[in-house]
Design a protein around this ligand. Sequence first.
Ligand code: SF4
Length: 449
Amino acid sequence: MKNLGFPSKRAPVYQDIPDEKWNDWRWQLSHRLNTVEEFEKVFKLTPSERKALQSDHLFRVDITPYYASLIDPEDENDPIRRQVVPTAAEIVPFTGMMEDSLAEDMHSPVPGLVHRYPDRVLMLVTTQCASYCRYCTRGRIVGDPSATFSRDEFEQQIAYLKATPQVRDVLLSGGDPLVLAPKLLEELLTRLREIPHIEIIRIGSRVPVFMPMRITDELTNMLKKFHPLWLNIHVNHPNEISAELAEACDKLSSAGIPLGNQSVLLNGINDCVNIQKKLVQSLVKIRVRPYYLYQCDLVEGAGHFRTPVAKGIEIIEGLRGHTSGFAVPTFVVDAPGGGGKIPVMPNYMISASDHKVVLRNYEGFITTYEEPTSYEAHDPKKCAFCQAKAVEPGQSGVLGLLEGERMSIKPEGFDHTHIRGGKQHRLRENVNKWKPLGIGDGEEKSEGD
Ligand code: SF4
């Protein structure tokens, strides 16, 4: 692999560790830092960090020696340090804070399997990670060995997937699937591949960032038996991109695994257009496609990491057009309460008439696009793909409105509110008067249908 110029670091305290130990992921896992004394050997703790580390009920702390070595010991606001070393701010509650802000457990038909979207599921396979991010969305279970999923729950997950043919895409997450024992991970992938309707397997992992030595030839040779397999890593700041991460990504890409990156917008860490630009440009150099930039969730412990949503819009404004299009992630707010990911971006359409739209580009150049004066609409009845489309029971949403499945979507309690407590009377008897001709199946639908 070409030398891309990314640094390789090892904190002074680890200089005498033999390479074969340093490059062994099991050594990295068993020498993680988690006490005041261990941290003090690498950098001096601030009073706030010391207070947090000594408090009860703290979200688990563990940092691999490799990742700790990326921290500048002289900078208490180092962006890597801030991601993994707790401060007292973490213990401060805030308005809107929730234990399970994405309502994942509510959307779990069996423990650890989140079925939120029509054709794909999130499968939580472990609660363990190589290091622990202070803003973790799944802090309610992550890091807690007693919350880990049992064999029986795993069998329930597999049984649900076998019985649910609409699922074509399974995302393995947790915790971090790549900290699982190699044999267990292989068994899991084998069991998923035995289910004929599962087309895609995805893995979400921060292991290449926290412990790139885990990406061994043995691992990539095993993973490539399960194609099509995709992998998303999680890098938030350009300082996390090291020579070791570049090599790990090269191994994964060379095994035919497409790589994406999911990052979280974090106050004081990466809430800057220029940091984000450097991040996405460095990622594409190591063949990782920036995929999502997440608004920080309303999760316990993460209050001080949050930024206004407008900051994300500003960052996308600073990336789109200013750098390669495929380096621009989609900025999303993962809807509190379980609505899924909602993309948010600057507005590029300024106005429209019946024959043209007015658009602006990243430079402020304003132009018009002349609309076709005659357009023969696509006819779903003559389209084999429309005829064979997968149904999305109860989840067709706005697309369902566009496709004429129904006329409207009503907020909860809409019908009840608008009856105004009135009784049934002669003008309400003929319900056919509210059935739109040619839309839907002619049946009036209530909310939740
Ligand atoms: S690696 Fe992912 S699951 Fe693990 S602590 Fe970080 S954000 Fe949470």
